[in-house]
Design a protein around this ligand. Sequence first.
Ligand code: ADP
Ligand code: MG
Ligand code: MG
Length: 207
Amino acid sequence: MDIELARTWVRGIGAAVERERERLGELDAAVGDGDHGTNMHRGFDAAVAAVAAMDPDSVGAVLTTTGTTLVSKVGGASGPLYGTALRAAGKKLDAERAEPAEVGAALTAALEEVRRLGGAQPGDKTMVDALAPAVDAFVRAADSGGRLGAAARAAADAAEEGMRATEPMQARKGRASYLGERSIGHVDPGAVSTALMMRALADAAAE
Ligand code: ADP
Ligand code: MG
Ligand code: MG
């Protein structure tokens, strides 16, 4: 991954979030307060602008700026979670280029940060249910010599599968947990946005 690819990734997330804004809102209306589309759109709109305006000296700087922007612009749970996760990933990538294994280590740091901050376990019906299998698939592909595009594709596929698997789960973290059993039967909106982010990485790497 180089600096330009990192920027393309952030722009790709911005476009995906804009396209899926309404659906993310509807999913969040079913189990939460309906603002996940607006939150993600506001955050990534600002992040795309911040990343376009900067002159980054490393891959990590792009991700760190994106994370800082999300933390400052998004009030909901997802802003601090994605924001600190991206900052943790950025810290690991202090160079103009990163090998797939290094990107894997950065994604691992992002997942650890989400879990540390949010306290969610796999199965709690959160973004962790998409992110954990995605990171696992990415690292496995990178460790067996896979290129960035292949690793990112494996990660996006695993994220989408993890996202779909949240439907029958009962939420144990975040607002959706207030619904108890009524949270069953809906896909978790944060798992959907995580899948969008991983698919945007796969698309950016394939360009
Ligand atoms: P809010 O719930 O504050 O309105 P959003 O709607 O933007 O924030 O984000 C909701 C998403 O955040 C959920 O669908 C879930 O994936 C994720 N989430 C909420 N709490 C946690 C947590 N403690 N750990 C991990 N993810 C969480
Ligand atoms: Mg919400
Ligand atoms: Mg909210």
